[in-house]
Design a protein around this ligand. Sequence first.
Ligand code: PBG
Length: 324
Amino acid sequence: MDLPIRPRRNRKSPGLRALTRETVLCPGDFVLPLFLHDLEVDEVIPSMPGCKRWSLDGMVNEAGEALSVGVTAVVLFPAIDHSLKTKRGEECFNREGLVQRAIRALKSAYPELVVMTDVALDPYSIDGHDGILEEGEILNDETVGILCKQAVSQAEAGADIIAPSDMMDGRIGALRGALDLAGYQKVSICSYTAKYASAYYGPFRGALGSAPKSGDKKSYQMDPSNRREALRELSLDQDEGADIVMVKPAGAYLDIISDVRQHTTLPVAAYQVSGEYLMIKSASAEGWICEESVMMESLIAIKRAGADVILTYFAKEAAKILKE
Ligand code: PBG
């Protein structure tokens, strides 16, 4: 054939492929989510193979292992004892609460570790909702008031980044104001900007016992059918002072990641959630797919779509492969 243009020329050897590669992952892209509980032992989570509910010591050890493979950030999710759950989730701003103790333990063991915390009421709420539920409704402004206390108490314990995952309106501005007023101007906000009402969160809720007791989260999390609405949330979060904006879930929402990337100069994060992780884990446990390859491909796709930061349960495994 008389073909002057042959794209395959750029693919002919590993060296050429490396030179022409457009997207490269590195361990520093990842944030490792850690589940914790207030017990002395680490507990296997059957619905999340490879993940554990950590004791404080186990969590510190796990964070150390993450650091040793180049993963410099973790995000904390607590399983709260049922006896501490209330309608308004006041335990979330207890100075001696599980998350607050965990932050202090991590920062004293590894001052360089970036500690990110979840801001939302669901682990603390007797109703299993991210906000205060009253007569079948999630109260927006009252919830934001409590989230401000939660964030300030996490900042006081030493959190570097607070990450509101609750989807209440106006919370980024309110959180920024509350943090600044309390003297935490240096604490960053990573907003769950476009968080969809997704069935992919199922295994996570099982791991924390935080599933809603009634109803669903569709009156605050976004409708998976909506694309433009993500940009509306983005512009609000930017104006209210978010430092990083997140899309969640990741794999089924690559178009949203790409849209957000194109409409902001802020760093974009994406959360490869529990259901995404579990689909890869379970299919590979059956021998139907190659775990390592699909894992790396799923992560590169998220980065290629425009994410700078990836929250993933694969953080340690993927970082190890990248280091080899
Ligand atoms: C709740 C929260 C959820 C996740 C992170 N924070 C679940 C939910 O919104 O119901 C899900 C993460 C995952 O599935 O891995 N504030």
